[in-house]
Design a binder for this molecule. Structure first.
Ligand SMILES: [Zn+2]
Length: 269
């Protein structure tokens, strides 16, 4: 049985066989596309790294695949290490290390990345039929992995930026992304020439004598995608903060070392 837990103009969160997952209305317009961003589902889903709990990972894969109508052997999940490297995938058996983004023009390849607060982009070019799945934590954002993904799609498949749709999954937002001077300086250095407007980096509270800063990575990523040629109306932000909603989503800030992982999945049939 499939039930709606939440619906707004951009996303729907479904519950099906005790599995909770979010989908973007914009991507649901394409019948040959399967996608989801998973929720904790009361502990049913946790896409932990293989070396931590391979059984949990395998079970989570099986459960989400059953609900979405995918096959687990078609899932490609790289070993992510906060790089800005995006790879073209041509076979579902491919293994990737130190890769944080994947694109493919092939059907029956389910691109999967995992995160706990980091940003996931689910990307689709409905003209060239290319999909992408990008993991962009703050390090990936500073290294502009989103722009790399668009560049790779243009080079590998002849995608036109104006056709590309990019959906921004739940992630830690400015309300909770608090950093210290070292990280703030990296953002300031990298994005000083980007016309981002007010409020991208704001002085926050002082804790134990240390000045904290609040950074709006959402706005930075949207600006980077627009700079890469994407249309504003083709960038869809879920608007959900994983820390604010830590009872529903795995969140590293909220759960520290015990944190599990959410998964973003996209596949074309
Ligand atoms: Zn928040």
């Amino acid at each position: 049985m499939k039930k709606i837990l939440l619906e707004d103009e951009k996303v729907i969160i479904y519950k099906q066989d005790n599995i909770d997952y979010l989908q973007f209305k914009r991507l649901l317009e394409y019948p040959n596309l399967i996608h989801a961003y998973t929720l904790k589902s009361k502990g049913e889903l946790n896409f932990v790294p293989e070396y931590q709990d391979s059984e949990m990972l395998e079970k989570s894969k099986q459960k989400i695949c059953k609900v979405l109508g995918l096959q687990t052997q078609n899932i490609v999940k790289p070993h992510q290490t906060h790089t800005n490297i995006v790879k073209k995938v041509t076979e579902p058996i491919e293994k990737f290390n130190d890769v944080d983004g994947m694109i493919t023009g092939k059907t029956k390849i389910a691109l999967c990345t995992t995160s706990a607060d980091c940003t996931t982009f689910l990307i689709y070019d409905p003209v060239k039929h290319v999909i992408g799945n990008i993991h962009s934590g703050w390090r990936g954002t500073v290294q502009k992995i989103g722009q790399n993904a668009i560049k790779e799609m243009i080079e590998a498949y002849g995608s036109k930026p104006k056709d590309i749709i990019c959906c921004i999954c739940p992630h830690i937002r400015k309300c909770h992304f608090e950093v210290e001077t070292d990280v703030m300086e990296l953002f300031k250095k990298e994005f000083r020439n980007l016309s981002l407007g007010e409020g991208i980096i704001e002085k926050g509270q002082i804790i134990d004598g240390k000045q904290k800063y609040d950074i709006d990575t959402t706005k930075i990523n949207i600006e980077l995608l627009k700079q890469a040629g994407l249309k504003q109306e083709n960038i869809i932000d879920s608007g959900i903060c994983t820390v604010c909603n830590e009872s529903q989503f795995h969140s590293y800030r909220a759960h520290k070392q015990q944190s599990g992982r959410n998964a973003g999945i996209i596949c074309r049939y």
